[in-house]
Write a protein that binds this ligand. Structure first.
Ligand code: CU
Length: 226
């Protein structure tokens, strides 16, 4: 190959790399999961209902774990962006369908920033001075963590051998799950980043990070307080 041809080949490869990078950036910038508005129900309490799944089971990333948010009509949206009313106590209910992965940082095994320090798991409520100071780091499937609101809740996973596990989202309550409920308090309007702190990405991602862990709509998102 002559010097000219070699130079042309290098330029071609370079152009292809730039092009591929451009396509990736464009796809990243266009990825805008929808937002779900949480409003007060008939009981006057705004309730955010989430579910977590170990693998979505559909779409471009069927093997990625994900959060879903319930709309007021009961349907599920695969997103991690939602709007909560400002200066309000918001009830949060998480239907947790994934198995236990475990935390790398035990700090996130401790529920924090909850109204009255109260958390309910399935039918058991622990409050105030009785609150479990910290959960074993092995139990968490995901966390619901909003650093800007100083809120973090470890979400205890279902047992690995639990029968009737969910494989395709949205899961329904006949599938094996844990129900985790708590109240948080919102303040002034603003946009708050939130994420899961369990490195829960599937095989192929280094140490469970990357992939869904860095993608809005899967394991991180935004709480818009309005
Ligand atoms: Cu997670």
């Amino acid at each position: 190959m002559g010097t000219k041809a070699r130079g042309g080949l290098v330029l071609l490869i370079f152009a292809l790399l730039i092009g591929t990078f451009g396509v990736y950036v464009a796809a990243f910038a266009r990825h805008r999961p929808p937002s779900v508005s949480v409003v007060a129900g008939e009981d006057g309490v705004p309730t955010l209902v989430l579910q977590t799944v170990g693998s979505l089971g559909f779409g471009e990333k069927p093997d990625w774990p994900s959060y879903l948010v319930q709309r007021s009509d009961g349907s599920w949206e695969q997103t991690t962006v939602f709007t909560l009313p400002a200066n309000s106590i918001v009830h949060v209910k998480v239907l947790q369908y994934d198995t236990q992965t475990g935390l790398r940082n035990n700090f996130f095994g401790q529920p924090q920033g909850l109204v009255d320090g109260a958390i309910t798991i399935d039918t058991e409520t622990v409050t105030g001075s009785d609150i479990v100071k910290t959960f074993s780091p092995d139990l968490a499937a995901h966390t619901f963590t909003v650093p800007g609101l100083e809120v973090s809740v470890p979400l205890v996973g279902v047992a690995n051998d639990a029968p009737n596990q969910c494989t395709v989202a949205p899961c329904d309550e006949t599938n094996a799950h844990r129900t985790i409920e708590f109240d948080i308090k919102t303040g002034e309007p603003g946009r708050f980043r939130w994420q899961c702190f369990v490195p829960c990405a599937p095989g192929g991602f280094l140490y469970g990070n990357g992939g869904p862990m860095q993608t809005v709509g899967f394991m991180d998102g935004f709480v818009d307080v309005a």
